[in-house]
Design a protein around this ligand. Structure first.
Ligand SMILES: CC(C)(COP(=O)(O)OP(=O)(O)OC[C@H]1O[C@@H](n2cnc3c(N)ncnc32)[C@H](O)[C@@H]1OP(=O)(O)O)[C@@H](O)C(=O)NCCC(=O)NCCS
Length: 267
């Protein structure tokens, strides 16, 4: 599966609208009244022309391509709500149902965060209709719910959750770590790698018959607060459990982690 994320062109206006229509029906049926979806999603020549002009003018829409086929898109810009003036916003993000949950969403978010930071934004909001399972996505990319607003669709108001990112650089790191990092096993050591750079490690040594001591855990200060140490611990304890090794933890972090995870004690 070859994945590419790049700005869409005006010629793709109709395809973008088709994705919007299909995804609205698969996502919002049962959440919004069907008459509202039908009215919002009428496909007219006028709508296509308007879309073409908007793409030309704003250049703020990324397309997600799988094997050269457009399967989703996301748009961004300045926050539309006066209350969040000065923040950026991911305005829309729609992926055809069969291509959802393959990390295209997180990949496009990384591109958008990069752009917004480049444009000077430090904070961002996203909005998601109450009841949409995709609320989990908005939380997973690092947004915290700060309240609710409403969206007017065909004259009726519908509630939306508002997610706030108070530090875009931190959100970018969180998504890069979730998307691109791997854990590498070395002798008596697990290493957390992002683009081949070491950003975290845990070290242990054999101290007796079937016993190891975890004596050192470290996460690069730029990446602290993203659960990296905890993920490393979980991996290490799973590995040691499989090997039937007992653990003591002279590293204070490992000791603290073990107290919070009794399921791994005395293994
Ligand atoms: C929401 C959407 C853009 C997310 O893109 P995606 O490529 O499917 O999501 P990813 O694979 O990048 O998932 C990233 C994380 O979000 C979570 N997530 C995404 N969609 C989810 C859903 N519907 N329910 C629960 N969790 C979800 C994933 O589990 C993953 O979490 P993890 O990495 O912590 O395990 C996409 O699913 C979509 O188009 N949905 C329908 C339209 C929609 O609701 N758009 C948003 C309007 S506000």
């Amino acid at each position: 599966m070859q994945i590419e994320i790049k700005k869409i062109s005006p010629d793709e206006a109709e395809e973008k609208i088709d994705i919007n229509i299909k995804t609205w029906y698969t996502t919002y049926k049962g959440i919004l009244p069907i008459e509202v979806i039908d009215k919002c999603q009428a496909k007219t020549k006028e709508r296509i022309e308007k879309e073409k002009e908007a793409i030309k003018e704003k250049n703020n829409i990324y397309g997600m391509y799988v094997d050269n086929k457009l399967v989703g898109y996301a748009s961004y810009g300045a926050a539309r709500d006066e209350k969040y003036k000065g923040s950026g916003e991911i305005i829309s993000c729609y992926i055809l149902e069969e291509y959802q949950h393959h990390h295209l969403g997180r990949k496009v978010v990384i591109k958008i965060l990069d752009d917004l930071i480049e444009e000077g934004y430090q904070t961002m909001i996203t909005r998601c209709l109450v009841g949409n399972p995709s609320n989990r996505f908005h939380a997973s990319i690092g947004g915290k719910i700060v309240g609710q607003g409403t969206i007017n669709l065909q004259g009726d108001e519908f509630a939306e959750n508002i997610y706030y990112h108070k530090d875009l650089k931190k959100s970018l790191k969180l998504n890069q770590v979730k998307e691109k990092s791997i854990i590498k096993e070395e002798e008596n050591r697990l290493v957390y790698l992002l683009d081949e750079e070491e950003i975290g490690e845990v070290e242990y040594k054999i101290i007796g018959d079937k016993t190891v001591d975890i004596y050192h855990t470290y996460v690069d200060p730029d990446y602290q607060g993203l659960q990296i140490a905890s993920i490393l611990m979980t991996e290490l304890f799973k590995k040691l459990q499989k090997e039937n090794l007992k653990v003591i933890a002279s590293c204070s972090y490992a000791n603290h982690w073990l107290k919070k995870h009794p399921e791994y004690r005395n293994n």
